[in-house]
Design a protein around this ligand. Structure first.
Ligand code: FES
Ligand code: FES
Length: 161
């Protein structure tokens, strides 16, 4: 199996590694970089638990090879908080009870944070559309939508984000 030297920026830090061609980005993040906040649910591009931001765009990291992330900026759930302050979307999930088992939550937060960056005041329909690639088996989505709205309001007030 061929190996490749890759450099990327992960949560603002330069990382360098040698990876096999077939290594998936999610396995690289979890097993080589030991960041286990990114979850693996289906491994087949269906659930969204593995969502991270690749150059700002939410991607399912079980569908991206680590070599494809060479030179890119990756943000995982561990990179949402800044200087010890939770990102508004993290506060939103906590305040609005946007999670039960928590398995989908990192992916939901990554997708939602990208939505809020691009659309500061999303409607319920826009939120539901944005998270339509992220499945939750527990909550029924109502409190997840509330969590995103909470974060939108917080960011309007000039909160972290
Ligand atoms: S683990 Fe990647 S979409 Fe489910
Ligand atoms: S909180 Fe359990 S899958 Fe979403």
């Amino acid at each position: 199996m061929s190996r490749h030297s890759i450099k990327l920026k992960l949560n603002g830090e330069e990382r360098e590694s040698e990876v096999e061609s077939r290594l998936l980005l999610v396995h690289f993040i979890r097993e080589e970089l030991n960041l286990t906040g990114t979850h693996i649910g289906c491994d087949t591009t269906s659930c969204g638990a593995c969502t991270v931001l690749l150059n700002g765009t939410p991607v399912k990291s079980c569908t991206v090879f680590a070599v494809q992330a060479a030179g890119a900026e990756i943000t995982t759930v561990e990179g949402l908080a800044t200087n010890g302050n939770l990102h508004p979307i993290q506060e939103g999930f906590m305040s609005e009870h946007g999670l039960q088992c928590g398995f989908c939550t990192p992916g939901m937060m990554m997708t939602s944070s990208a939505l809020l960056r691009d659309n500061a005041d999303p409607t319920e329909e826009e939120i539901r559309w944005a998270i339509s690639g992220n499945l939750c088996r527990c909550t029924g989505y109502v409190n997840i939508v509330k969590a995103v709205r909470y974060a939108a309001e917080k960011m309007k007030e000039g909160g972290n984000g």
